[in-house]
Ligand binder design. Sequence first.
Ligand SMILES: *Cc1c(COP(=O)(O)O)cnc(C)c1O
Length: 392
Amino acid sequence: MTVSVASGQSSFAPNQFAAGMPGAGLGRLYNFCAGPSMLPEEVLRQAQDEVWNVRNSGIGIMELSHRGKLFDEILHETEATARKVGNIPANFKVLFLTGGATSQNFQVPANVLPDHGVAAFLTTGYWSERTWEEIGVYTDRAYEAFSGKKEGYKHCPTDSEIRYADKPVYVHMCTNNTLYGTQWRNADGSIRTPRIPDGSFLVADMCSDIFSRPVDWNEFGIVYAGAQKNVGIAGISVVVVREDLLKPVRKLPRMLDYSVLARDESRHNTPPVFPIYMCNLVFNWILKQGGTAELLKRNSEKAQIVYDVLDQSKFYKAHARADSRSLMNLTFHTPSAKLDDLFCEEAFKAGMDQIKGHRNTGGMRASMYNAFPREGAVALAQFMREFEKKHG
Ligand SMILES: *Cc1c(COP(=O)(O)O)cnc(C)c1O
């Protein structure tokens, strides 16, 4: 079997991996990419088989009719396993939509925000800033109830830092800020949500931490996430909508209308069959691991392994404030941009790829989502200590 290693940094012969290296003999690196990101090995293996022949149907998953019986079965299973993994109540619809999380920047207001309606934004990072910037297409009465921009997005606010003005239809938040490495969380990693005005509902971008920890869905009206970080591959978003919000506030094209997409089980047109199938495999994998409570435990442990190094070091500086640091994306830098580059270069030679920070933040970003193995966190921590010894 030949396996090639994809990397933006330089060409790398897979057989350079020594015994004991990540993916020894498999030609695979620890992939710290912020998204798309690592998938569980057993999921990739099963998908590999079923690209050829899915469930002994004699047809490959990418060739399967989206109207046939077998896809009915797979789609219904995917929704059922999503509900089981998330513990999503019956009064929410689970939709699988195209256009990525970014399309929810217009699909949410299109469905639920009337002309001149008020919406409030908690701007805690790059993605929530994009959402805030775009709301002007739908209303002239949106406002930021919090913005962390001036402090460089180092934390997620407490209730006393949030200022509501006119009562909003909804409040938008991003539960995990992928670029800056901050997360709305309590000390034990569990999700923390802001106070919102009575009668408003919460809309959450959960792209980079959906199904990484338990969530009480009753606190939300709409939750969305592109699948490519924690639950699958690019091409599909999981969108969870409370049933009473399935009444569009204006006339909409059908492909934009949540109620049409819910009625037609996310296949008003040809849905991305393969990405939906991949979600199903990952959801089943999560259930096999023990569900989101177990994943929170593992994700906390993985993150702590690396945060311990940061806490004990004068060489590395963390970007995020300690009370808000993310269990998914860990951001830090060395004393200079030059050393940051060298860090990434040498990390790559040690089998760790895609660790360079976003251009907005510089430094490093280690993304360790659900499927990222604990050994990868251990390897990074060890590498960081050695790098500090050499260059500190
Ligand atoms: C990745 C990401 C997005 C963008 O997702 P797309 O599916 O590429 O549109 C939005 N929000 C957050 C928090 C993200 O991490």
